[in-house]
Ligand binder design. Structure first.
Ligand SMILES: [Zn+2]
Length: 74
């Protein structure tokens, strides 16, 4: 497990992926540090790979300090 604190709240890879995706996901990888700052507040960004469906794998990004999140979908 690689739990992290996001906006003052402890998250697991599963709850982080759900925050980014907006709905529960099937599978997640461990949370890692993204090597880029948040475009909104310059805070630390973490990333997690997850499967929102059986045919899709995306990498999601979330700022640890504000509401900003993104994923690598085109
Ligand atoms: Zn931010």
């Amino acid at each position: 497990m690689s739990n992290r604190v996001v906006q003052g709240r402890m998250v697991t890879p599963g709850t982080l992926a759900e925050l980014i995706e907006g709905s529960p996901v099937l599978e997640t990888e461990d949370i890692t540090d993204a090597d880029r700052p948040c475009p909104e507040c310059d805070g630390d960004v973490i990333e997690v790979g997850y499967m929102p469906s059986v045919t899709e794998f995306v990498t999601g990004y979330k700022c640890q300090d504000c509401d900003w999140s993104d994923d690598d979908r085109e």
